[in-house]
Design a protein around this ligand. Structure first.
Ligand code: C2E
Ligand code: MG
Ligand code: MG
Ligand code: MG
Length: 286
């Protein structure tokens, strides 16, 4: 009896797994199609300089509109792209498109692009970045490459070499989702990284969780002494922004400032923002 039940359970379980695998396989095939058929697009989320209250950069964020399922988020499809070997092609598409878009922005505004660990390990990656920049005309000094700690965790030779070359190129390398990985403190000793993005999960606790506040304050203090620029991500409340400003954070990003926007809205946003910061600065002086 127990044996029969066990077998039964096993059968159901394996059906489920097959279902999940089929679902993922279908999505992977669809993703392959999506790249060449205009189903992917970028949105951009601004990052603000706290001191000057002006725009410092926009982060490119990838979107997929599936013809039957509608929007699918990058947290879901980037892992599929990584598993199926599509991430190189997708990542390059992102870089080229974003660099072309960014060329239309004022020269003091940088472009941040998220990079998958697998891209870093691909032998021709730095050359592809160099070419994408050259073809678009965007100077490497305007490019910020965001990578998560997990991306850098295994620290293999190809990754190390790519990081060194990207830095030599003049790009800024940022540690994304800082504090959520395994090696945060050892990573910030690495002089190739110049920017650090404090993860939203810590920002969420500002104003309600003393431990989160202690971690954020401590991170800012240490990172500052190491010469990092510190960005806080996922800011939703004015009280969080004020706290971060008071505690020495350099840059701010989050729904409070703006949600990610399509490319066509950027020129208007920049214009409105410039008027606003001019007014704020004037008000501050008088
Ligand atoms: P990330 O790089 O840490 O990006 C921040 C994520 O938080 C974005 O989600 C953004 O829309 C969201 N966010 C920003 N401010 C707020 C806020 O105030 N509240 C809330 N609730 N969320 C906020 P998104 O666009 O869904 O991207 C998720 C992740 O997918 C990104 O995390 C990044 O790791 C990855 N990703 C996105 N685009 C790309 C890409 O082109 N290439 C690669 N390799 N990864 C990408
Ligand atoms: Mg990012
Ligand atoms: Mg992040
Ligand atoms: Mg994140």
């Amino acid at each position: 009896r127990a044996k029969a039940e066990g077998r039964n359970t096993y059968r159901l379980f394996s059906d489920d797994m097959a279902g999940e695998t089929q679902e993922r396989q279908k999505l992977k095939a669809d993703l392959r199609w999506a790249i060449d058929h205009d189903e992917l697009h970028l949105v951009y989320q601004p990052i603000m300089d706290m001191q000057t209250r002006s725009l410092s950069s926009f982060e490119a964020l990838l979107r997929w509109t599936h013809p039957e399922r509608g929007p699918i988020g990058p947290d879901r499809f980037i892992p599929l792209a990584e598993e199926s070997g599509l991430i190189g092609k997708i990542g390059l598409w992102v870089l080229r498109r974003a660099a072309r878009d960014a060329l239309a922005w004022p020269a003091e505004i940088a472009l941040a692009v998220n990079i998958s660990p697998l891209q870093l390990k691909q032998p021709g990656f730095v050359l592809e970045v160099t070419r994408a920049l050259r073809d678009s005309g965007l100077p490497p000094t305007r490019l910020v490459l965001e990578m998560t700690e997990t991306a850098l965790f295994d620290n293999d030779a190809l990754t190390r070499q790519a990081l060194t070359e990207l830095k030599a190129l003049g790009a800024t390398i940022a540690l994304d989702d800082f504090g959520t990985g395994y090696s945060s403190l050892s990573l910030i000793r690495d002089r190739r990284f110049r920017q650090l993005k404090i993860d939203k999960s810590f920002v969420d606790g500002i104003g309600s969780c003393r431990d989160s506040e202690a971690i954020v304050r401590g991170t800012i203090n240490i990172a500052r002494q190491m010469g990092f620029r510190i960005v806080a991500e996922g800011i939703e409340y004015a009280s969080q922004l004020a706290w971060l400003e008071a505690n020495g954070c350099d840059e701010a990003q989050g729904y409070l400032i703006s949600r990610p926007m399509p490319e066509k809205d950027i020129a208007g946003f920049i214009l409105a923002q410039t008027h606003l910061s001019t007014r704020l600065n004037a008000a501050g002086r008088t």
